[in-house]
Ligand binder design. Structure first.
Ligand SMILES: Nc1ncnc2c1ncn2[C@@H]1O[C@H](COP(=O)(O)OP(=O)(O)O)[C@@H](O)[C@H]1O
Ligand SMILES: [Mg+2]
Length: 492
């Protein structure tokens, strides 16, 4: 017979109970309570340690020393447990555990029965390193996921573990890679790098307007841009010329006609200037012959849309464009289900500012489930992230978060994050996470696996780079000296 870890004391409820322990439990550790013929699983959420004789109202160190000199000073350890449900069914008990109910450490076999089911291996239980944690891929994709933590806590590593897991299931992950971090990663199935080349003819008018940067209040300019766009779209269909060329040709024609008033003339030349700036600025990434981006996606590969070299406006246009097309194609069942990972989600879907992507992120967050598109929002600044989209993410992997305002924001969006788990967020180490939501049967503290294939993000090796620079400089100096010596020896 295994010795119990402790026994329940005081008042309990069907969801919480305290127990006094014989040995130190660990925070986040799972325990099993035996009462009324049931075995109920719980998680240790807080621990206190004290001594009745050395109580908090003693104000003199000498008094404490004197008490300590007596034999038999007994410490106590008291822990709070949140009940999670009966071991087999995970249904909540209807009655509280009685005082005196025995509390046992959960054995690995019981925990494996709970966390071993699923399709993607995420890591191991922090409190039980011999128990592997799997997540349910279907539930992760249909109910979306948020990965939130400060920089360096392990978000990209987690993304990689998940992407690799999806690839082992022969699925279709799509990563919007804001820092070209994943383009060279070694995923099973390989990487399909997708250049952010856009064919202007596939852009919606709104997407084009955003890039051409027409001022919100410049109504006349807006009208001319729209007119030029409509005309040019008609012409592009029946000729091989480019959209922007056609738009410029149309506007120049208007500009030089006699019937136009002089103030309108200024507006037209303004639009011409903006269109030319646009072509200049985005020349490298606009391509009148580029195929539609979503046509390039491949099942079984990590589809990495490389946004490392484009600015935020352009990234916004690309992301919204891809999401819009993806939703459209999925409605027509023309593409396989996809899991879209958005790094820097607070830039693409900010809380207090409209962007093109925000609209589509929010729509997919709401409708994606029906059509088999999952979203993964990755952010180091949860409080700047659109709360509507965040609250649609029914799964969360939350790693180290220090700022109270970020923590509160996360808690509001995720009703399953208790105050006690919240309090742990600032003390998590790299790679340690609170995993919540429908993709796991119970909330868990997990040490995420380290992704085996290398990533190019990570922490830069600053000292190594200094050393390398120094070595280069020394070599250059040596070479220069040798050249000088040679020169002198030639003169002798
Ligand atoms: N689960 C983990 N186990 C071991 N090392 C990790 C783990 N997660 C992250 N790291 C290391 O920590 C560093 C930062 O991780 P990264 O995933 O890039 O963080 P973030 O994307 O949150 O900024 C990397 O060098 C990575 O190798
Ligand atoms: Mg990262």
């Amino acid at each position: 017979m295994v010795e119990p870890l402790g026994v329940c004391v005081g008042e309990g409820s069907p969801s919480h109970v305290s127990f006094v322990a014989r040995s130190m439990p660990r925070l986040g550790e799972y325990v099993v309570l035996h009462f009324d013929g049931m075995r109920v699983l719980g998680m240790v959420e807080s621990i206190t340690r004290g001594s009745i004789s050395i109580s908090g109202d003693i104000l003199s160190p000498e008094v404490v020393e004197r008490i300590l000199s007596f034999e038999g000073q007994e410490e106590y350890i008291k822990a709070e447990v949140r009940l999670l449900g009966e071991v087999d069914s995970l249904t909540m008990p209807r009655v509280p555990p009685p005082p005196g109910a025995r509390v046992y450490r959960a054995d690995a076999e019981t925990l494996r029965g709970i966390f071993g089911r699923g399709d993607i291996k995420l890591g191991k239980l922090l409190s039980h390193p011999d128990v592997e944690v799997y997540i349910d891929a279907n539930r992760m994709i249909t109910r979306h996921l948020a990965i939130l933590a400060i920089t360096g806590a392990g978000k990209s590593n987690t993304v990689s573990v998940i992407v690799d897991g999806i690839l082992k299931l022969k699925g279709m992950p799509v990563i919007f890679d804001m820092h070209s971090e994943y383009v060279n990663a070694e995923f099973s199935g390989g990487v399909k790098r997708i250049l952010p080349r856009l064919n202007p003819a596939y852009l919606l008018y709104g997407e084009l307007k955003r890039l051409v940067n027409i001022d919100e209040k410049a109504f006349i300019q807006e009208r001319y841009l729209r007119e030029a766009h409509t005309r040019a779209m008609e012409r592009v269909r029946s000729s091989s010329s480019g959209l922007i060329d056609e738009m410029l040709a149309y506007l120049e024609e208007i500009y030089s006609s006699d019937s136009i008033a002089s103030n309108e003339k200024n507006s037209v030349s303004g639009v011409i200037g903006k269109l030319m700036d646009f072509r200049e600025k985005y020349g490298d990434i606009l391509d009148e012959h580029a195929p539609e981006l979503v046509e390039q996606f491949e099942l079984g590969m990590a589809n990495v849309v490389d946004l490392g070299n484009v600015d935020e406006d352009y990234a916004d246009v690309i992301v919204s464009h891809v999401l819009r097309k993806l939703l459209h194609r999925r409605k027509l069942r023309q593409l396989p289900p996809a899991f879209c990972i958005l790094e820097e989600a607070h830039i693409l879907a900010p809380a207090h500012r409209p962007t093109l992507s925000k609209y589509w992120i929010d729509r997919i967050a709401r409708e994606g489930r029906k059509f088999g598109i999952g979203l993964c929002l990755v952010s180091q600044r949860p409080k700047s992230l659109d709360p509507n989209s965040l609250s649609q993410a029914n799964n969360a992997i939350i790693m180290r978060l220090v700022e109270p305002s970020d923590q509160r924001h996360v808690q509001q969006a995720s009703e399953r994050l208790s105050d006690d788990l919240l309090a742990q967020l600032s003390s998590l180490n790299i790679g340690e996470a609170v995993v919540l939501g429908l993709m796991t049967r119970l909330p868990a503290l997990v040490k995420i696996d380290r992704f085996k294939g290398k990533l190019s993000g990570g922490d830069p090796d600053i000292i190594g780079e200094w050393k390398e620079r120094r070595r280069e400089a020394e070599e250059a100096l040596k070479r220069a000296q040798e050249e000088v010596e040679e020169l002198y020896s030639g003169m002798e």
